[in-house]
Design a protein around this ligand. Structure first.
Ligand code: MEV
Length: 438
């Protein structure tokens, strides 16, 4: 077990590595070599990455891929995706290709409102608190004018502040429930700065409000923080086509395909065990775009799953239906994304990703990202109701197994050719490598 260390963050990078390797790797030079293999030879770029966060000792690579052929609202996109899971990009590309000949994806942003809250305790008369809030609401909003003036120029700012009474759930607990527009920024820093200012103003204004008793003057702010639950920052994306244009095979006619597809989505609407996996597949596509474009995938994940449970039971984020011989498939979810601020102008690959997308604004990025989620879900359900998921998965996983065995280029070529017509299983790959190596 490693000893307690203090002042670790103040050590130089090489001293941090020295400490780590001494206490976790018995001073094995290989560990140092592995960490250094991933350092960038461009010192300036390495320093930029080192300074993104604390205690950086190396870089953690993820594949940066692109999925071409996405037709969204009549415009063709190549979507950048940062993800390690082997079949995700291939699945997205396949779905994009399928739908580009059937009218493509239609996506629409329904709303862009973000939320933040000041959580506070107030002991005393509720009606007096309401009167106090009404009296201070205007100056309360104005108290952040230094922070909001630039955002207002870009079309954002504070939308409204409500006083919410939560005292039935927790005695004396209230909120300032604040709504914001953040234009093309994700806006986390903007929102949190405003909230902390609101909190300060609230406490000070209460302390001098004549109508309050001494107890009532003493508002205790518990915390001020944005919410990653953004049900009013919503986007929807849809594909549709005549049923006859759906896959049609000897096993499954296009009508049967459509019905089976709709049934699979229905199951994810009523069965949480399936819904979680169904939505996980959607997030495979969404997170990959969110990461590639320098957005906060944890925030997006938290908001999406909360939205999936908004009716009190966790359910599918997508819907599918058949109406008048037409099949349609859609997604609706909150995506608080930004294309300015944060990593967007700092991380060279993020900048490049946004260039690949032809510099979208935040609303366009919401649309593109929702489409990536829908495409991913289409590809997953398509496999699940036809061949099963493993055929495609294992094909993509073949390379990982070959790399585990340090297969040479020649060995890879031979085995990829072999597994074109034979089912991929881990043991069969091992068997074939052994055979090849005599
Ligand atoms: C795997 O990462 C995702 C899937 O399980 C999604 C799904 O089942 O819908 C294939």
């Amino acid at each position: 077990m490693a000893p307690v260390v203090s002042g670790f963050s103040k050590l130089s990078k090489s001293d941090k590595i020295k400490w780590l390797v001494e206490h976790h790797f018995n001073n094995d030079q290989n560990a140092i070599d592995t960490l250094k293999t991933y350092w960038n030879s461009n010192n300036q770029l390495q320093q930029l990455h080192d300074e993104f966060t604390e205690n950086t000792i190396s870089n953690y690579y993820l594949p940066f891929s692109v999925a071409p052929n996405f037709l969204i609202n009549g415009k063709r996109y190549t979507i950048p995706m940062a993800i390690e899971e082997s079949s995700v990009v291939a699945a997205a590309s396949k779905a994009a290709k399928f739908w580009q000949n059937r009218g493509g994806f239609k996506a629409t942003v329904l709303s862009t409102t973000k939320v933040g809250q000041v959580h506070f305790m107030h002991t005393g008369n509720k009606k007096k608190l309401v009167r106090f809030f009404e009296a201070i609401k205007k100056p309360l909003i104005a108290s952040t004018s230094d922070i909001t003036k630039n955002m207002e120029k870009r079309g954002g700012g504070v939308i409204d502040i409500e006083l919410r009474d939560k005292s039935l759930e927790i005695e004396n607990y209230y909120q300032l429930h604040c709504t914001f527009g953040t234009a093309d920024a994700m806006g986390a820093n903007f929102i949190n700065s405003c909230l902390e200012e609101f909190a300060k103003f609230l406490v000070e204004a209460a302390s001098t409000y004549d109508d309050f008793s001494e107890e009532e003057k003493n508002i205790e702010v518990i915390m001020s923080i944005l919410s990653n639950y953004v049900p009013d920052c919503l986007v929807t994306a849809e594909v549709s086509c005549p049923i006859k244009d759906l896959p049609n095979t000897t096993e499954l006619s296009s009508v049967q395909y459509a019905k089976k597809f709709v049934r699979a989505v229905q199951i994810a609407q009523i069965e949480p065990y399936r819904a979680v996996t169904h939505n996980k597949g959607i997030m495979n596509g969404i997170d990959a775009v969110v990461l590639a474009t320098g957005n906060d995938f944890r925030a997006i994940e938290a908001g999406a799953h909360a939205f999936a449970a908004k009716n009190g039971k966790y359910a599918s984020l997508t819907q599918a239906k058949i109406e008048h011989d037409m099949f349609s498939f859609s997604i609706r979810l909150p995506l608080a994304l930004g294309t300015v601020g944060g990593l967007t102008s700092l991380h060279p690959l993020v900048k490049l990703a946004l260039q690949i997308l032809e510099k979208p604004n935040a609303k366009q990025l919401m649309e593109i990202t929702a489409v990536a989620g829908l495409a991913q879900n289409f590809a997953a359900i398509n496999s699940l109701i036809t061949t099963g998921i493993q055929q495609g998965h294992m094909k993509m996983h073949l390379m990982n197994i070959l790399n585990q065995f340090q297969a040479t280029k020649k060995e890879k070529e031979r085995l990829i050719a072999y597994f074109k017509t034979n089912p991929v299983t881990h043991s069969e790959v091992v068997e074939q490598i052994k055979k090849l190596r005599g």
